[in-house]
Ligand binder design. Structure first.
Ligand SMILES: Nc1nc2c(c(=O)[nH]1)N[C@H]1C(S)=C(S)[C@@H](COP(=O)(O)O)O[C@H]1N2
Ligand SMILES: [Mo]
Length: 519
């Protein structure tokens, strides 16, 4: 088989794949938008979701480290490449055996169907878009291979043949249509899943306790993180490939498990409770030393302990497994939700309803714990249970059962690899030790002595603390600046480096700068 023939056959395979997904994704968009599908009828999103769920910790770390919050885009590109290669192979195989090609094609389709069925909230009806896609795709494959095959069987053929060119053109056209279908279907699905402005206009509770942020807590240095992270810049981490659309009108939160009585509240009831404001810094366990997966804001919510008290927690319970609308779970030690810290059933951040990607309409925020064991977005259930009976989503995937936040500090300015002018150089950043507070921050130039940084006010031990230090006499050349914090219990951050897995990174943040002549 010539390279050219192989190329044509590969094109037919890819066109069949594109046709399948074009029909399936368009159908999925219709299923989500018009038919109220609760699962994941999109085979692309279902396969991606199933893949993410099975991602080992090291791969997740690598993906976050390499692509940051673009990890989902990277996953999409990767899946696209794999699909092109596999369908091209199907096409080439079809030149030898049409039956084998169709068999392999349907096998890949079956994986998609399995993925759709495995997603949270899946119903058999979620399968029809993929089935319809497979029917169309198989027809394209058989017709395309047939077209090429007939031509091949004509004896003594040499130059270009009109029929063959027609097959190639048709396959190309089908491929383009398929890609358009995929794009349109995904757009339908995703916008359908994001909470619209209409449902967001439902109003917020008036907190019975407000926080005051003193001016002395705010940033004083340009380039330093603002004390309150703007919501649109707040990091986002979750396993959701589309943002779950949760309608407050039908949302409820149930307390189940080891309780005296099960309790369920709806949105209207939640808004009637006594909400409070709390400044809490949220951190991801995947954050590397000096990394960006941390943000601070004012949360508004109803204390979790009050809801748990209504249900009556049984004495043997030691964990709450919170579950989100998309099936994700976190296992939180019961004491973190029942002691007097501001563990909230939160409905607002920075005075606004939660954006869809941060958990609209309701999420948990628990000071002192990494997000993966506490900060369930789109929360719908609190199952009171035991660590020896249940585990949160990330625990069987290589992350620790418990995730208290480690004391950390970060240099925001100067940035790593910055060029700064000799003389006075302002060094500034943030430090956090939720539940313990930050008592000191020190900065060191190269191997010099530790110098005390100036600390901004600390309106809450659960919020990060801004700090700055003026390097009085920066001399030309390359230098390293290192920071370390001491928490409210007097313990200084360890310099022993640790990777994020299994329970959070440790080590001191350092940046390299080049000091240039002052002119
Ligand atoms: N439903 C759901 N909630 C979730 C997660 C998730 O994957 N699904 N990830 C958690 C993790 S690991 C973190 S760090 C925080 C991040 O919250 P944010 O995206 O609002 O910053 O959400 C937590 N809540
Ligand atoms: Mo996280």
């Amino acid at each position: 088989m010539s390279v050219q023939e192989q190329g044509r056959a590969a094109l037919v395979g890819v066109a069949a794949g594109a046709a399948t997904l074009g029909v399936a994704e368009l159908g999925a968009g219709v299923a989500v938008r018009l038919l109220g599908a609760t699962g994941t009828p999109s085979p692309l999103l279902a396969v991606a979701g199933a893949f993410v769920d099975r991602t080992p910790a090291w791969l997740k770390d690598w993906a976050v480290a390499t692509f940051g919050t673009a990890d989902k885009i990277a996953l999409g590109v990767g899946m696209g490449l794999v699909l092109v290669v596999v369908t091209a192979l199907v096409g080439v195989l079809g030149r030898t055996s049409r039956a084998l090609a169709v068999g392999l094609f349907l096998l890949v389709g079956a994986l998609g169907l399995g993925a759709v069925l495995s997603r949270p909230g899946a119903m058999p009806a979620d399968l029809w878009p993929t089935l319809a896609g497979l029917a169309v795709g198989t027809a394209v494959l058989v017709a395309g291979l047939g077209g090429l095959g007939t031509i091949l069987e004509e004896p003594g053929q040499t130059g270009p043949v009109a029929g063959r060119r027609q097959v190639v053109l048709a396959a190309g056209g089908v491929g383009v249509l398929g890609v358009l279908g995929i794009v349109a279907g995904q757009a339908l699905t995703r916008t359908g899943r994001a909470a619209g402005a209409a449902v967001r206009a439902l109003g917020l509770p008036v907190p019975v306790r407000r926080v005051q942020i003193p001016a002395a807590a705010l940033a004083s240095v340009e380039g330093q993180s603002p004390f309150v992270t703007p919501t649109e810049e707040f990091y986002r981490i979750d396993t959701a490939l589309w943002v779950p659309r949760v309608d407050p009108a039908t949302w409820t939160l149930r307390v189940t498990g080891l309780v005296e009585q099960e309790v369920e509240i709806d949105w209207a009831e939640l808004l009637e409770q006594d909400h409070v404001e709390a400044i809490v810094t949220l951190t991801c366990v995947s954050n590397t030393v000096g990394g960006p997966l941390v943000g601070n804001t004012v949360w508004t919510g109803w204390p979790v302990r009050e809801l748990l008290a209504r249900a009556g927690v049984l004495p043997e319970a030691d964990m709450v497994l919170s579950r989100s609308a998309d099936g994700w779970t976190a296992g939180t030690p019961i004491e973190a939700l029942t002691d007097d810290r501001d563990a909230l059933i939160a409905v607002a951040m920075d005075g606004e309803p939660l954006p869809p990607e941060h958990g609209y309409p309701v999420r948990l925020v628990v000071p002192g714990l990494y997000g993966y064991v506490s900060a369930t977005k789109w929360v719908t259930e609190l199952k009171v249970t035991r660590f020896d009976a249940d585990e949160g989503y990330w625990t069987p995937r290589g992350w620790a059962e418990r995730g208290p936040v480690k004391t950390a500090s970060r240099i925001d300015v100067p940035r790593s690899e910055a060029r700064v002018r000799a003389g006075e150089v302002v060094v500034a950043g943030v430090a956090w030790a939720q539940q313990r507070g930050v008592d000191a921050v020190e900065v060191r130039v190269d191997d010099g002595p530790w110098q005390q940084a100036e600390l901004a006010a600390e309106p809450s031990i659960d919020a990060w603390r801004l700090w700055s230090w003026t390097w009085p006499d920066a001399a030309t050349g390359r230098h390293q600046l290192t920071v370390r914090a001491t928490d409210g219990t007097g313990e200084t951050q360890t310099d022993t480096p640790a990777a994020p897995a299994p329970d959070g990174a440790s080590g001191w943040h350092a940046v390299e700068v080049t000091v240039v002549e002052d002119d």
